[in-house]
Design a binder for this molecule. Structure first.
Ligand code: PHB
Length: 563
């Protein structure tokens, strides 16, 4: 490997930033740091800052790296499944969320405390979130949005400056003079909050910086903190800290509302009692001993994959995904990653230097900064966006149109479509609805319903003949739904339109529930139905499996919208 092992100097002002946006690693990397890993992480972070997608030449300019270096990094990330096809752009793929998932799982916070946050949101009918301190920022690790919420929604992985969000004052209540000094330096260096791309544009140049020290002092005294429209007009929040058994603040719970329902004082008065009860339950949950983490669950290292493949980058990323608990010694990480100790040691030196890993004695833990590696922008993908590259691959393979649909009342509604050629008399676009009973996607979606929902559908559905082939008997339809459930696919021949045949398979969430269907539609007159099934079904199943793989990684800790 010809890659030098020293760090690449970024252009001035482009030095790797500490999580809070302040520059803390302007110093040269330690001499044992792995240069290709530094450069690979720089590329991922730059792509994330650009929203997850960028032309290769812009990315080369952003990173200040050589074009050939960027090409090798991208080839490696693609090989690992961390990039998805996007024409000539580089685009981050949902599988990259494995890195953030490793931090979130090892921290145990969403797993242990998330259910309490979910319950609180249900009970209060307001959004609730969990956030951790990340240098002088507030990083969200769990989000329970309410549908009616009228404000910008933050995602798991998003970072806000401490002065702008309710939890920030709680975290700052424990800052040392040195931490306050760093915060002041960051505010002076970045008054417009350019280091926090998710923050809406500033109205008055403050976003809460002016009052922050007073609010932190108040938070220390009172044990709660409010955000009275610091981020944007109308958005208000109240937060309470969650402490571990040593009294250290590990995260904060926020209840988020809107000025149409509360003012800051009424929100605090209305929410604080239940918020405090929930925090007491959370603090108790935190005392549960950690379950013995599975060892050796890291993905098998991909190796020996051609001259463009940067092995030391792949190994460094494998070390990130090898973390299963908060504090792990070198030997456990080496075992979990399936890599030599010396390799893991150098990766840890590099990751610690960049702020993605923290060392405490002989134990290493991931920091919330790992979520900077594309997590929040990938958490913004919807299921149709996740599916599209896989549908495009499928359509290219079978030379027919590939689509995704969800159930919308008694119809299917198209949410993604890659046309191959026009085979229907009607144009199908995203948003098109058809009656579920006469379509292959409708059949697999109906087959995935629970018994009660399916019976209710069959009792009320108006099964009109749309062609001379349409099945209009509820008894016959019920038998076909049973068969689709058994077979795991449905083939519908000319029941929606003469000459149109389609085959569909379900897409299931982590819990095994059918959340969408994907299909291929084709001419009925080209071949017999059995031939269509043989020609299409294997590729269709593979595409659905790839979509499910992405969806399951993305939804381990984040909520992904289905449409
Ligand atoms: C949020 O979870 O969206 C949130 C939390 C605290 C704030 C603002 C927004 O101050």
């Amino acid at each position: 490997m010809s890659e030098a092992t020293t760090g690449e100097r970024l252009p001035a002002g482009d030095q790797p930033k500490a999580a809070g946006g302040r520059s803390s690693t302007a110093d040269d990397p330690p001499k044992e740091a792995v240069g290709p890993l530094i450069r690979g992480l720089t590329v991922i972070r730059r792509l994330a800052l650009a929203g997850g997608r960028r032309t290769v030449s812009d990315l080369t300019r952003d990173t200040g790296l050589a074009r050939s270096t960027v090409d090798r990094v991208l080839a490696t990330l693609a090989r690992l499944g961390y990039l998805r096809p996007a024409g000539r752009d580089a685009a981050l793929a949902p599988a990259l969320m494995e890195l953030g998932n490793a931090y979130l799982a090892a921290s145990r916070l969403p797993g242990l405390l998330g259910p309490y946050a979910d319950g609180l949101a249900d009970e209060l009918d307001e959004s609730v979130s969990l956030a951790v301190p990340d240098a002088d920022g507030v990083r969200f690790v769990h989000q329970v949005p309410r549908r009616r919420r009228m404000t910008a929604t933050f995602r798991v992985g998003d970072l806000l400056p401490a002065e702008s969000a309710a939890p920030g004052a709680l975290f700052a209540a424990g800052w040392s003079p040195g931490e306050w000094e760093s915060w002041r330096a960051r505010v002076a260096a970045d008054p417009g909050h350019a280091g926090f791309p998710v923050l809406p544009p500033d109205r008055d140049g403050a976003h809460g910086a002016d009052s922050f020290e007073i609010r932190a002092a108040l938070a220390r005294r009172e044990g709660w903190s409010v955000d009275d429209q610091l981020i944007e007009p109308g958005l208000i929040a109240v937060a309470v800290p969650v402490r571990d058994d040593t009294g250290a603040v590990v995260c904060a719970v926020s209840v988020v509302s809107h000025t149409s329902r509360h003012d800051a004082a009424s929100l605090r008065d209305a929410m604080l009692p239940r918020l405090r009860e929930t925090v007491a339950a959370m603090e108790h949950a935190l005392t549960a001993p950690p379950a013995a983490g599975p060892v050796g669950v890291a993905r098998a290292p991909v190796t020996g994959a051609g001259s463009e493949f940067v092995e030391s980058l792949a190994r460094g990323l494998a070390v990130l995904t090898a973390f299963t608990t908060a504090g792990m010694p070198l030997s456990a990480l080496a075992e979990a990653a399936g890599l030599p100790r010396a390799t893991v040691r150098r990766a840890l030196i590099t990751l610690t230097h960049l702020g993605y890993v923290a060392a405490e004695g002989r134990l290493f833990r991931l920091t919330p900064r790992v979520l900077d590696l594309g997590y929040a922008c990938l958490a913004r993908l919807t299921l149709p966006r996740i599916a599209e590259p896989h549908l495009a691959g499928l359509a290219g393979e079978v030379h027919d149109s590939a689509s995704m649909a969800i159930l919308a009342e008694d119809d299917i509604r198209y949410v993604a479509r890659v046309p191959a050629e026009r085979i229907m008399s009607v144009d199908i676009t995203v948003g098109t609805r058809f009656p579920a009973y006469a379509t292959s996607m409708g059949r697999v979606l109906l087959a995935g319903l629970g018994d009660a929902d399916r019976s209710a559908y069959l009792a009320r559905a108006d099964l009109r003949p749309l062609t001379r082939h349409t099945v209009t008997s509820p008894v016959r339809l019920a038998a076909l739904l049973d068969q689709a459930a058994r077979d795991g696919y449905a083939l519908v021949d000319q029941e929606l339109e003469e000459g149109l045949r389609s085959v569909a398979v379900p897409v299931r969430d982590r819990a095994g529930e059918v959340v969408a269907a994907v299909n291929v539609s084709t001419h009925a007159h080209r071949q017999a139905a059995g031939q269509t099934r043989e020609a299409v079904l294997p590729a269709l199943r593979e595409a659905a499996a790839r979509i499910e793989h992405d969806l399951h990684i993305a939804t381990r800790f984040a909520r992904i919208q289905t449409a």
